[in-house]
Design a protein around this ligand. Structure first.
Ligand code: COA
Length: 321
């Protein structure tokens, strides 16, 4: 018993912000951003995380009867509210009235891989047959536009897929984490309001903060290790893999991964130039793009891989059906 991806979908916000647009509000320049990151533009959402997730879900469900879904799992660290969750709102927006479970999980930029594994585990254990998995993040809401080293990197978006029971498809999944001893990626909670009975720090800023070069080194090391671990565990070699669909953080991380794994850069897919880092959404957006372009043919082996705050990482090895 395994799972297969029945359909994919995505939602890209309309507001496009180029490097030149950023130049007009901070001390940066197009050449620096392109050279250090490969990013040319990013998209910013104007409404909500739930709106983006719903649009991606509708796209993924254009060929699926939503009444056949058994569960909705949303990966995000930028929900509009803690309650209701983004997944609760997607369920309502899709018009599903059956009492199916819907919940969010947060594993920073690795969230989509975690959500995929949760959905896969539910299905292979026989609990559910069909699960909608969404990755979405509204990063621009948490960017400090006075911090040029982080705000240039991120964008907003959503991607989704429907996973269902099948004889083959998903071959293996790995998720894991290491301690972030240097606090290299943080986004603090800003809702620590005053309480008449306890004294506490009521600092309300909750910007995304990052030590870029620590994260860069982690990303390069962990992508290489996770993919190699997955290949060894499944008696496969890099040459057996048709495409790697990685988290899109920085083109230099993707190039470095391709070099160390000895994968042709054409097989390390990328769209970071158009959307920047969309966190939980980057893997499913790229997967949907590859699927809609017709790149993924039956029998091809594909690796989905991601890394991020926490520190987290994860990968999925699958055969495209
Ligand atoms: N525009 C122009 N100059 C900038 C800049 C910007 N937007 N941001 C930083 N700089 C400057 C720095 O101030 C520094 O100047 P100095 O040498 O005068 O001090 C110089 O550029 C080099 O900065 P540094 O931070 O060493 O650059 P870098 O090569 O490490 O690139 C990142 C910075 C953020 C692009 C890179 O570290 C990175 O991509 N890290 C990983 C981030 C990531 O993937 N995060 C998400 C993981 S899920």
């Amino acid at each position: 018993m395994s799972t297969r991806i029945v359909s994919t979908g995505s939602y890209i916000p309309e507001v496009k912000v180029s490097n030149a647009d950023l130049e007009s509000i901070m001390d940066t320049n197009d050449e620096w951003i392109r050279k250090r990151t490969g990013i040319e533009s990013r998209r910013y959402e104007d409404i909500s995380t739930a709106r983006m997730a719903t649009e991606a879900a509708k796209d993924a469900c254009s060929t699926v009867d939503v009444e056949t879904l058994d569960c909705i799992v949303v990966a995000t660290y930028t929900p509009d509210s803690f309650i209701p969750t983004v997944a609760n709102q997607v369920k309502a927006n899709l018009g599903i009235t059956r009492p199916i479970p819907s919940f969010d999980l947060n594993a920073a930029c690795s969230g989509f891989i975690y959500a995929y594994q949760v959905a896969h585990a539910y299905i292979v254990s026989g609990i559910y047959k069909k699960v909608l998995v969404i990755g979405v993040d509204f990063n621009s809401r948490y960017m400090n536009f006075e911090d040029r080293s982080t705000s240039i990197l991120f964008g907003d978006g959503a991607g989704a897929l429907v996973l269902e029971t099948s004889d083959k498809g998903t071959i293996d999944t790995i998720i894991g984490g290491e301690d972030d001893i240097n606090e290299s990626i943080t986004m603090k909670n800003s809702t620590d309001y005053s309480n008449p009975f306890v004294e506490r720090d009521t600092k309300k800023e909750s910007y995304f903060e990052m030590k870029g070069s620590d994260v860069f080194k982690y990303a390069v090391r962990i992508m290489d290790k996770t993919i190699k671990d997955l290949l060894v565990k499944n008696n496969l070699e890099t040459n057996d893999i048709d495409y790697v669909i990685s988290h899109q953080a920085n083109q230099r991380i993707l190039d470095s991964g391709a070099r160390s794994l000895k994968i042709d850069t054409k097989r390390m897919l990328s769209n970071v130039s158009k959307y920047g880092n969309t966190s939980s959404a980057s893997v499913p957006i790229l997967l949907d793009e590859a699927n809609k372009k017709g790149l993924l043919q039956s029998g091809m082996k594909v690796i989905l891989v991601a890394f991020g705050g926490g520190l987290t990482y994860g990968a999925v090895l699958l055969e495209w059906i």
